[in-house]
Design a protein around this ligand. Structure first.
Ligand code: DGL
Length: 273
């Protein structure tokens, strides 16, 4: 069996592009549809209920575009909504983001690992369950990074202000002797070079995007949904923000796409024209 339908991917903004890039690399034949909810970014300071409502509406819009699988390329939205979209759309395969505590715990020699994510992610049951399942015997330090997503969305990938913010969060964790750092927000890999400069070579920085791409591949194979031949048309992007700014950001990140279009929210529903 083979299936030409696209894969839907979404995030609050440009963060999910780090996951999309990994999927493009692992599965070059697949056609990808991406939605960035820039009208509502950041999701991190919002309530899990509000992010859950956005996630359901975005899923409905992607399924209306005939997506065969949906990737929630946002830790915050996965924490808020992965379980409930799976229940509401029970015939659709979903892949979500889970803080990569397991590989961090497998790596550590100091017995101390750090996790950075949004406030909402740390408040979720998903985060608690990951730490419970994989964190035993190890100290897991968690550090929310309020304001970092805003800096990244503004293109401040390596500015003195972004560096000062990151130093304020990472240096106390370095003082506690972490040797692994989990990037549990899909925006953060965009500033990975800066993070690596701050933490130095003794700390392994973990971005789960390649593992998420492998999980997408496994589900496509399991369900006979993989595309048999490369799609003739490239990835389509929608943003509820400014499509020109979004396209400029994709160019800066070196990503390929065929078009970026504006999408609009209306009375809680999303339309992808
Ligand atoms: N990229 C997101 C995440 O992985 C959302 C961050 C935000 O919008 O605050 O959590």
């Amino acid at each position: 069996m083979a299936d030409h339908r696209p894969i839907g991917i979404f995030d609050s903004g440009i963060g999910g592009l780090t996951v999309m890039a990994a999927i493009q690399q692992a599965l070059p034949k697949e056609r990808l549809l991406y939605f960035g909810d820039n009208a509502h970014v950041p999701y991190g300071p919002r309530s899990l209920d509000e992010v859950r409502a956005f996630s359901h509406a975005i899923t409905r819009a992607l399924l209306a575009k005939d997506c065969k699988l949906v990737v929630i390329a946002c830790n915050t939205a996965s924490a808020a909504a992965l379980a409930s979209v799976r229940e509401a759309f029970s015939t659709v395969p979903f892949v979500g983001m889970e803080p990569a505590v397991k590989p961090a715990v497998e790596h550590t020699h100091t017995g101390v690992v750090g996790v950075i994510a949004t406030v909402a992610t740390f408040q979720s049951a998903l985060y608690a369950s990951v730490v419970e399942r994989f964190g035993s015997g190890v100290e897991v330090l968690h550090q929310p990074c309020p304001g970092l997503v805003k800096q990244i969305e503004a293109g401040a990938f390596d500015t003195p202000a972004t560096e000062a913010m990151l130093r304020g969060w990472l240096e106390p964790m370095l003082d506690r002797n972490i040797d692994a750092l989990v990037l549990a927000c899909t925006h953060y890999p965009i500033v990975r070079p800066l993070i690596e400069r701050i933490v130095g070579p003794g700390v392994r920085v973990i971005d789960p995007a390649p593992a998420v791409a492998r999980q997408v591949e496994r589900l496509l194979d399991r369900d006979g949904l993989a595309a048999p031949t490369a799609a003739s048309n490239g990835s389509m992007i929608w943003t509820s923000g400014d499509p020109i700014e979004f396209a400029a950001m994709m160019d800066r990140l070196g990503m390929s796409y065929s078009e970026v279009r504006a999408a609009h929210w209306q009375k809680g529903e999303l339309n992808l024209p």
